[in-house]
Each structure stands twice: as structure tokens, then as C-alpha cells.
Design a binder for this molecule. Structure first.
Ligand code: UT7
Length: 377
């Protein structure tokens, strides 16, 4: 059977026009620019206007990605939209987006909190690897500003709106997601939650009076979870791909807090400047944050087709996901040899590490057996 790979051939983003700065927030709640910058790294964020609902910003990001990939709407076989803030509870916003793009294909919305787009990328890869589809658009879009309690300083300074998208296409050259991990620990579900307006606590005057239709976050718990999971998950996918942090051209983490990334970089022994950050301009855009960061990193020349990236997301659920990704790009000829080299290198390293691991395992077993025997004697 032929082996297919899911090549990222296009990328795009859309940032709503209205900018809300920390100084604007100082006039709304008891906070300061200094607190927000030092505790989070955020200076400003975008807030979508009435003419920029989730569907519209998604379409703009998808069209930008389609332009880079050089594809038409009729080429799309599937649209995956990761969001926790769709236009409506029903219909799925993915169908609105499919119609607005003029595509004739399946479309679905995927909810995995801030980790949603990473889940979407991995799902797209599966459809392409099986040979089922050739071209998939994966969008991450959020308007968390609509679920924010603008009187709650512990959450309203953190989030922003935006959308990012990639086009993923069938390739016979090794590229795309090389290794991934999807994680979930639902025991922490209450730490990042909109308690009202779901099936457990349906909309009512009481729910609105208690402001339960807004996001509530136990920031400290989510912070602890994120610092625990981020570096470890990245190290696991790197090991699975047979790579070390030094092989990675750029790390693209979910943009939730620069201190979380600092902690992960320290744990991994990687200089912090190898982690791409744009949180100061957009805040935490949830499922949109990684595709927006990927797009900006390419636009700023921080990474390019042929590069090896490591991405990691985390958020509500609690969920997390990480992946080692070879960035293909629209021009198939550019990265072919790089990809070939990379795969030979990665395979060789993987086999070497596996052999060392097996030898270590055998040695440990032998030592334990000797100890056991000495105890008997
Ligand atoms: O994408 C989804 C995942 N989300 C995250 O990853 C977020 C993870 N959590 C965080 O990033 C951090 O926990 C926050 C940025 C949310 C909070 O930072 P922190 O250093 O954990 O602050 P804290 O919650 O421990 O609060 C410290 C103090 C408190 O005052 P007291 O109790 O020490 O008097 C807060 O009331 O800071 C106060 N505070 C603020 N002060 C000024 C909380 N929010 C603000 C604010 N402005 N906006």
C-alpha cells in the first residue's frame, strides 16, 4: 500500500480590527499594564466587532491559507474547525464556513479547548494518511471575548479573538506531523469552565444573574497543569520522532502565558528565544493561538518550508497535545531532499536510541537478577 503524508501547503490568519490595550483595561477593571505584562506577557489583544463573527474570521484565515497553497474551494475535501466560541450553539459553525467558502465537502467542528487546533491537525493527518482525502482545511478560531465577564479582572485581561488556518494536502514525500501526543485529564474539568448555559445548567435568568454564562478559571491550577505538561509532552514526542530539542528549528507553543513557556524552556534546557511568542500582541486566542503563531512565525522569517517545528497546546478539559511537524510548504520541490534527509536521520537516531534503551533495559534486568540472587544467598 502506498504511504501518504499530510503536507502543510498553506497558512493564513485573521486578527480582528479592534485593538484593546492593557491601558484600556485599566479603565475597566482594577488592574495595571505592569501587572498584566509581568504576569502574562500580554500588552494588547484583538476584539471582534459585530461584522466579524467566528464564521467570518475563520473564512478570512482559510482564504489566506488557500491563497498560499494555491487551491480553490472546489479542491477542498474536508473542513475541520476547532473552536469553543461558534456563532451559534447550532448549527455547527463549520457548515456556515463551508458554505461561505463555496466548498462542496464535509465539515465538522471540533471542541478541545485551546488544544482544539492541534487535535484538528492530527485528525486531518489521519484522513490523508488513509488515502480518504487529498486536501483538508484546518481552522482554529475563537471569539472568547463573547464569553468573558468584563468585570472579572482574573480572566478579562487574558483572552483575545482571532483565527488561523492551514491547508493540509496529500504528499508522497515524508513531511507533516512526524509524531504526536493527544492528552486529556478530565478530572480537572472544573478549573476552566463556563458553568452555565450547557445541559447541566441550562440558560435561565438565575444563570445569567449569577454570571455563570461566562468563563471561570482557576488560573493557578491551570498554570500548574500547563507547566507540568508542556515540557514533558514535548520531550515525549521528540523522543518518539527520534529527535532532540537541538534538531528543532522553532518551538511553537500555545500562547497562554510567557511564564509557562519560560518554565518549559528551562525544563527542556532550550534557550527561550527558540520558542516563538506573539502573546504580547494577541493575548490568549485559545484554539486560534498556534495556527496564528505559525503563520506569523513564517511571515517574520522565523521558520520556513523545510524546517522542523515542535508545537504544543494545552487548555480546557484539561487537554493537551504536542506534535513534531515538518513544514512542507506549497512548493513540493523545495523540501523534498530536506525531508528525505530528515527522515533518514530521524530513523537512524530512533534506531540508535531504541538499541541503547534495549541495552540499558537488559543491563538493568541483569543487575536486578544478580541482586535478587545475592539476597537469596
Ligand atoms: O489557554 C488556557 C490555559 N490558561 C492558562 O494557561 C492560564 C494559566 N494561568 C495563568 O496564566 C496565571 O495563573 C494567571 C495569569 C491567570 C494569574 O497569574 P498568577 O501569578 O497565577 O496570579 P494569581 O492568580 O496567583 O493572583 C495573584 C494576585 C491576586 O491577588 P492576591 O490574592 O495576592 O491579593 C489576584 O487577585 O494578583 C491578583 N490579580 C490581579 N491583579 C491585577 C489577579 N488578576 C489580576 C489583574 N490585575 N488582572
Amino acid at each position: 500500500m502506498k504511504q501518504y503524508y499530510a503536507r502543510i501547503t498553506g497558512w493564513g490568519k485573521y486578527a480582528p480590527r479592534r485593538v484593546l490595550t492593557n491601558h484600556d483595561l485599566e479603565k475597566m477593571v482594577d488592574t495595571s499594564d505592569e501587572w498584566i505584562v509581568t504576569r502574562t506577557g500580554i500588552r494588547e489583544r484583538r476584539i471582534a466587532g459585530p461584522d466579524e463573527p467566528t464564521s467570518v474570521i475563520s473564512v478570512r484565515a482559510a482564504q489566506a491559507a488557500m491563497k498560499v497553497a494555491g487551491i480553490k474551494a472546489s479542491d477542498i475535501d474536508l473542513i475541520i474547525v476547532a473552536t469553543s466560541s461558534p456563532d451559534y450553539l447550532l448549527p455547527p459553525v463549520s457548515s456556515q464556513i463551508q458554505d461561505m467558502l463555496g466548498a462542496k465537502c464535509g465539515a465538522f467542528t471540533l471542541v478541545a479547548g485551546c488544544t482544539g487546533w492541534m487535535y484538528g491537525l492530527v485528525v486531518a493527518q489521519q484522513f490523508i494518511q488513509t488515502g480518504a482525502y487529498k486536501t483538508i482545511v484546518v481552522i482554529g478560531a475563537e471569539e472568547i471575548s463573547k464569553a468573558i465577564d468584563w468585570t472579572d479582572r482574573t480572566t478579562c485581561v487574558l483572552f483575545g479573538d482571532g483565527a488561523g488556518a492551514v491547508v493540509v494536502q496529500r504528499s508522497e514525500t515524508p513531511t507533516g506531523v512526524l509524531a504526536f501526543e493527544l492528552g486529556s485529564d478530565g478530572s480537572g474539568y472544573q478549573h476552566l469552565i463556563v458553568p452555565g448555559c450547557g445541559a447541566v445548567n441550562p440558560p435561565s435568568h438565575e444563570v445569567i444573574d449569577r454570571r455563570e454564562n461566562y468563563i471561570r478559571m482557576n488560573g493557578r491550577e491551570v498554570f500548574k497543569f500547563a507547566t507540568r505538561v508542556l515540557g514533558r509532552s514535548l520531550m515525549r514526542v521528540l523522543a518518539e520522532a527520534g529527535l532532540s530539542p537541538n534538531d528543532i528549528d522553532l518551538f511553537i507553543p500555545h500562547q497562554a502565558n510567557h511564564r509557562i513557556v519560560e518554565a518549559a524552556a528551562r525544563l527542556m534546557g532550550v534557550p527561550e528565544d527558540r520558542f516563538y511568542m506573539n502573546i504580547e500582541r494577541y493575548g490568549n486566542t485559545s484554539a486560534a493561538s498556534i495556527p496564528m503563531a505559525l503563520c506569523e512565525a513564517i511571515e517574520e522569517g522565523r521558520c520556513k518550508p523545510g524546517d522542523l517545528l515542535a508545537m504544543v497546546g494545552f487548555g480546557a478539559g484539561l487537554t493537551w497535545a504536542s506534535a513534531v511537524v515538518h513544514l512542507g510548504g506549497p512548493d513540493e520541490s523545495v523540501a523534498v531532499s530536506l525531508a528525505d534527509e530528515l527522515f533518514i536521520l530521524a530513523r537512524a537516531k530512533y534506531l540508535a536510541r531504541r538499541t541503547v534503551g534495549m541495552v540499558q533495559g537488559l543491563a538493568t534486568d541483569a543487575i536486578m537478577a544478580v541482586n535478587e540472587r545475592l539476597r537469596i544467598l
